[in-house]
Design a protein around this ligand. Structure first.
Ligand code: FPP
Length: 247
């Protein structure tokens, strides 16, 4: 967690990429074309994040609820994901970006799983930049998975029921070794969290922008970071305590 009052450049930015469908509809194009342009926006955001100095970026690419979309859209998204991973591996390695996922990725199609494994393995040793894709992700499923793993650890005697600290429990979340997001952005004018990082975002700042995801560029990311820099993060302290440097 960052210290109270210290905003400036967020260490970890998480983005709910929304508005691909509306972007396509406005142009009379199929929804998948919006997702295709959304992939381009992912590339732009990744480069912009490194230029700005954001070390961790997490993107909500596919939620546990997204399986309910029409089968051809789900299939199209999986195809785009495979295409993106194949294309991007060399770039991650060139730029020293560690790639990881959060979510129930064991339920993703076999071809995607294989590419995820390869990309994670090839970038495992990088430490400067971190790119996290939320795939088949839902915060409630994450808590249910963590609770089950925690209960199993208690049964095995590796955890004690007397310790109910957040620090201990959070080690069972998908994000165990990731810092909490400092800034969560949602595009397309919607102002919901949609089951994204509900616990990790407990102290995050939020920026909601009307820009549709395929149009989201470096200037939009910079504007969100600037807005974040103007916020005062208090973590329960008073403004006076922050001014006097109390932590
Ligand atoms: C929300 O727009 C977007 C998604 C559900 C999928 C996000 C996927 C991508 C950006 C492309 C694939 C990503 C990678 C990393 C390869 P929406 O379809 O809900 O838009 P709408 O609300 O306007 O209909």
């Amino acid at each position: 967690m960052s210290s109270p009052g210290s905003a400036r450049i967020p260490q970890h930015v998480a983005i709910i990429m929304d508005g691909n469908g509306r972007w396509a509809r406005q142009r009379g194009l199929p929804r998948l074309e919006g997702h295709r342009r959304g992939v381009e926006a992912v590339r732009t955001a990744m480069n912009a994040a490194r230029e700005i100095g954001i070390r961790y970026i997490t993107l909500y690419a596919f939620s546990v609820e997204n399986w309910k979309r029409p089968a051809d859209e789900v299939g199209g998204l999986m195809g785009l994901l495979e295409y993106y991973l194949r294309q991007e591996l060399a770039t991650f390695v060139r730029d020293g970006v560690r790639f990881r996922t959060i979510g129930r990725t064991d339920h993703m199609p076999a071809g995607v799983r294989q590419l995820l494994r390869e990309t994670e393995a090839a970038t495992r040793h990088f430490t400067a930049w971190h790119f996290i894709l939320a795939l088949n992700y839902g915060a409630r499923s994450e808590v249910a998975d963590a609770a089950r793993a925690y209960a199993a650890a208690v049964a095995a005697g590796t955890e004690q029921l007397t310790d109910s600290s957040w620090e201990q429990f959070s080690r069972y979340l998908y994000t165990a070794d990731l810092p909490d997001p400092d800034l969560i952005i949602r595009t397309s004018g919607e102002t919901r969290l949609s089951n994204f990082l509900l616990l990790q975002g407990a102290y995050a700042e939020f920026v909601f922008t009307p820009v549709l995801w395929p149009d989201f560029g470096k200037a939009d990311l910079q504007a969100a970071v600037d807005e974040y820099g103007r916020r005062e993060r208090r973590y329960g302290l008073t403004a006076e305590q922050i001014k006097s440097g109390a932590q």
